[in-house]
Design a protein around this ligand. Structure first.
Ligand code: T4F
Ligand code: ZN
Length: 245
């Protein structure tokens, strides 16, 4: 699971931290969590875009990209979620001054290289979760292969169950489906790369809210957001345990 690909989506790193705390402190008392931790290894990247995240605390709360320098421009930063080698830059921007600048080549960014190298060297990864904000959607990979195979229906069914579990706590409404249908088409995103790399269970979560506070999610919503998101992830992980591949 990765959090904090995008600097300004503060609820995302908050969730990764919560996840680790909650998982370790409910191990032994919560039946499902105990089963999950007894049978699975979770790798948690709490903040992938470290320099970007730091910059949102010091200079610009709404910064999105990382802070890498480019020879050709005085604008800084690459959108890490456009830098993966999956239809790279077909839809991202080639302009370093844009928020969705996809970088000079696929995996040009150290953060992306580090993540893909990790995944390549851990070929037993079965499930990948990438945590973003905001929109309240659970996104399954949009890939041509998937559309013509049964896995798309399976992922959608899991997404349906997971959003249902999430809503059971505070009735928070989530949409689910492919990125192109529930949000907008993208390319070079981590989800599509990991899926193409053989991780079948792949979900992108866009956490709260739907735009009232947006990236500036109110402090009072941090805990409830983490709690409900945990239910979705437990649902998905439980499904994985019951459907090994
Ligand atoms: C916005 C969703 C729409 O794009 O990597 C939140 C969204 C965001 C923009 C809208 C933007 C700079 C992931 C991603 C389009 C799906 C995997 C103009 C920005 C450009 C504002 C990208 N999108 O910031 C309603 C307003 C909020 N969060 S995100 O960047 O994490 N979304 C989706 C990846 N297929
Ligand atoms: Zn994001």
């Amino acid at each position: 699971m990765d959090c904090g690909i995008h600097a300004r989506e503060w609820i995302s790193p908050a969730f990764c931290q919560w996840f680790v705390k909650e998982a370790t402190s409910t191990y032994g008392s919560d039946n499902l969590m105990t089963t999950l931790l007894d049978n699975l290894v979770f790798y948690v990247v709490p903040v992938l875009n470290v320099d970007g995240y730091s910059y949102t605390w010091t200079n610009d709360r709404l910064w999105r990209k990382n802070r890498s320098k480019h020879l050709s421009s005085s604008c800084l930063g690459v959108d890490l979620n456009r830098n993966f080698d999956a239809g790279w830059c077909k839809l991202g921007s080639k302009n370093p001054c844009d928020e969705t600048f996809c970088g000079t080549e696929a995996e040009s960014e150290l953060e992306v290289k580090a993540l893909t190298n990790f995944i390549r060297t851990h070929s037993d990864i079965k499930l990948y979760l990438t945590i973003h904000a905001y929109a309240q959607v659970l996104i399954v990979p949009y890939s041509y292969d998937c559309k013509t195979t049964p896995c798309h229906d399976e992922l959608n069914e899991i997404a349906k169950g997971a959003t249902h579990a999430l809503a059971s706590l505070y009735n928070t409404k989530y949409n689910y489906g492919t990125g192109a249908t529930v949000l907008y088409p993208t390319s070079g995103v981590s989800g599509d790369w990991s899926y193409d790399h053989g991780i079948k269970y792949l979900f992108t979560l866009e956490l709260r809210d739907v735009g009232h506070y947006g990236f500036l999610l109110a402090e009072s919503q941090i805990r409830p957001t983490c709690k409900e998101t945990m239910l979705a992830i437990k649902y998905i992980a439980k499904y994985l345990l019951a459907h090994p591949y």
